[in-house]
Design a protein. Structure first.
Length: 162
């Protein structure tokens, strides 16, 4: 289960891929980061079709979109968050070994969906994700753990692998 949990996080990081590569542009709609604000809940899928719950919490601070992503067990800060039109991209670092997940997604009203890529120990794993704006936000931990020690060298990214 931990393996798939980290795979789900990796999927979210793939979304961030556009951000990291500088290709976050395009997409129609508003470029207002506030359009992305809120609590989001949905599923992440690995290449084997396995799914896992995923939660995004997004807010604007100093005119920039900030946030966290969680699989319901661990919560990680979003890095390099970019908004361009209706597109969102970001990165999630999940250990001290330089492993990370890139997330890329598109906002469509109260739904966001996209792809993720987990870069783990020289391997890259891919998947997809879809979330809906949550009208009944979950209770969140006040502690964010950007780089848990248990993930280091495990071959298991935030959103899992495969």
């Amino acid at each position: 289960m931990m393996f798939h949990r980290f795979l789900t996080i990796a999927a979210v990081v793939l979304l961030v891929g556009l951000l990291v590569s500088g290709c976050g542009g395009g997409g129609g709609g508003s470029t207002d980061p506030a359009d992305f604000e809120g609590e989001w809940r949905g599923e992440s899928y690995n290449s084997d079709g396995e799914s896992e719950g995923i939660y995004l919490s997004l807010w604007v601070e100093d005119n920039a979109l900030q946030g966290t992503v969680s699989d319901g067990y661990d919560e990680f800060e979003l890095e390099h968050v970019r908004v361009s039109g209706s597109r969102l991209s970001c990165r999630v670092s999940y250990d001290d070994n330089g492993n990370y997940t890139i997330l890329n997604g598109t906002l469509d009203g109260d739904t966001m969906s996209g792809t993720w890529a987990n870069h783990d120990e020289g391997e890259v794993y891919h998947g997809t994700w879809e979330v809906e704006r949550d009208t009944q936000p979950r209770v969140r931990s006040t502690e964010t753990r950007p780089k848990p020690a248990h993930a280091a060298g495990s071959g298991k990214g935030f959103l899992g692998t495969k």
